[in-house]
Design a protein around this ligand. Structure first.
Ligand code: AMP
Ligand code: MG
Length: 456
């Protein structure tokens, strides 16, 4: 039997988005070695993403994740752990896709009248085979009687009394408006592979195959440690200089979207002792997200605290904005390099936290959850207006933006940036639905050009 990881890679391609307009793919297909020596300074977005992608691959090759059974109603948003098979042919009988008349194409095509010999509703078995030179009234979803090879739409016939004939301007071929038995799936076929994210379509398919219970992967636990002397709980009025802790709730919501279970830890103060104590309690989870305290300020003490724990740092900063101080690494433990707890030190500004989570933590979390989906998922869009980089040369920028779907069929979605007051501007962030990517090398993007966006 193939190992789980090969099953996973057989069913899911780990070839991420490759951009159309940029000469440098966001994720190069051949990844650089894992312990990439940084030539000078911080890694670029692409290099940092490659390091993360290498971890994603390592995690996907580890032994199977723990499995649990859940009722179908609770399975949405989880990751399927065992193959989903068709319990019967789909459809289990030749099914009419229209309200109309079941008949033989050769007979009705002459436009001669055919007697209507019976009627079949959805949910009823036909009372017998279709007599020759006759038609049967049939409803959408009803089984087509033996002998009939097409269903003529109600609107395409003329009926007088108990006979019909094909309207003069209409033609019909065998097979039209019938889905043959087993056309969608044969009994026993594997319809979904382990690692699939269970969205509404997959839940509906499971229901149609009679699964009231599904085997899903256990949700990885994600400890969320917010740091900062200025933070107060959300049900507390902030005194002067204080702010409510919005990152804990935001990160918990993001973690939940990725089939994982958030554990919000008490906020740690900006002191070495408070961080040491908090980190001791955080190392049980499958992943650790620390918010704040990773910049270069006097009270940014997270990195030294992680170092005191013996953390291995994969990178401590990325050439992106927002999110430059992002830290990625692993806490040593009994496991090997793939099972050691992964941590991300996310910059405290809410937009920086969200962007770095989606760009770097989400792909690792998806792998930990047993998902075979590849993140982040960039889309192409058409820029609605000229956009200047304005500042931060040499950094890949992720600007809060709003993407609207274009009415014309062949057009890309239109994307416009949202005016914002820096990466702490939650008002602007909440009005956005995506990030617009400004590549590292671009100083200016022209209105109408094709750009990359990341939905959030
Ligand atoms: P830091 O990364 O700790 O330097 O924080 C950068 C900015 O993000 C500061 O303005 C903080 O007040 C803010 N910030 C840090 N943590 C949070 C949080 N949990 N919720 C909302 N804002 C935060
Ligand atoms: Mg802070």
């Amino acid at each position: 039997m193939p190992a789980f990881s090969s099953l996973l890679f057989a069913s899911c391609s780990l070839v991420p988005f490759s951009p159309v307009s940029s000469p440098v793919p966001l994720f190069p297909r051949s990844l650089p070695p894992y312990n990439l020596p940084m030539s000078s300074g911080l890694p670029s977005y692409e290099d940092a993403a490659s390091i993360v992608m290498q971890h994603v691959r390592n995690i996907a090759q580890t032994p199977p994740h723990r499995v649990e059974e859940v009722g179908l109603a609770s399975a949405a948003g989880r990751i399927l752990a065992s193959p989903l098979r068709a319990d019967d042919d789909q459809p289990p009988f030749p099914r009419s896709t229209r309200d109309g008349y079941a008949c033989r194409a050769a007979e009705i095509s002459s436009h001669a009248p055919l007697p209507v010999a019976g009627s079949i509703h959805a949910g009823q078995p036909p009372s017998g085979p279709l007599p020759s030179a006759a038609a049967w009234e049939i409803m959408t979803g009803a089984p087509v009687p033996v002998g009939a090879d097409c269903v003529v739409m109600l609107e395409h016939v003329e009926r007088s009394g108990d006979t019909i004939h094909l309207a003069p301007s209409r033609a019909i071929a065998p097979g039209e408006n019938i889905v043959a038995q087993g056309a969608q799936a044969r009994r026993g076929d594997q319809l979904l592979t382990p690692g699939v994210f269970l969205g509404p379509a997959q839940i509906a398919l499971a229901a149609s195959c009679g699964y009231s219970i599904l085997e899903v992967f256990r949700r990885p636990s994600v400890a969320i440690l917010t740091t900062g002397d200025e933070l107060v709980p959300i049900d507390t009025a902030p005194g002067t200089g204080k702010i409510r802790n919005s990152n804990a709730s935001m990160l918990a919501a993001l973690v939940t979207e990725f089939a994982a279970a958030p554990i919000i830890l008490p906020t740690a103060a900006d002191s070495a002792q408070a961080l040491d104590t908090a980190l001791q309690k955080a190392t049980q989870a499958d992943m650790l997200l620390i918010s704040g305290g990773v910049s270069a300020g006097k009270y940014d003490l997270v990195e030294p605290a992680l170092a005191r724990l013996g953390a291995q740092f994969h990178f401590t900063g990325v050439k992106i904005q927002p999110g430059k101080p992002l830290v990625f690494g692993q806490i040593p433990g009994s496991g090997d390099s793939t099972t050691r707890q992964v941590f991300f030190g996310l910059p405290g500004n809410p937009i920086s936290s969200a962007a770095t989570f989606l760009l770097f933590a989400a792909p690792v979390l998806a792998a930990l959850s047993g998902s075979c989906e590849v993140y982040p998922r960039f889309l192409l869009a058409q820029l609605a207006h000229d956009t200047d980089r304005k500042s931060k040369p040499g950094l890949t920028r992720f600007l809060p933006a709003f993407c609207t779907y274009n009415r014309s069929v062949n057009a890309l979605p239109q994307v416009a940036t949202i005016p914002w007051h820096g990466s702490g501007d939650l008002t602007a962030f909440a009005q956005s639905n995506c990030f617009l990517v400004i590549p590292e090398e671009a100083a200016h993007l022209e209105a109408g050009s094709t750009v990359r966006i990341l939905l959030h």
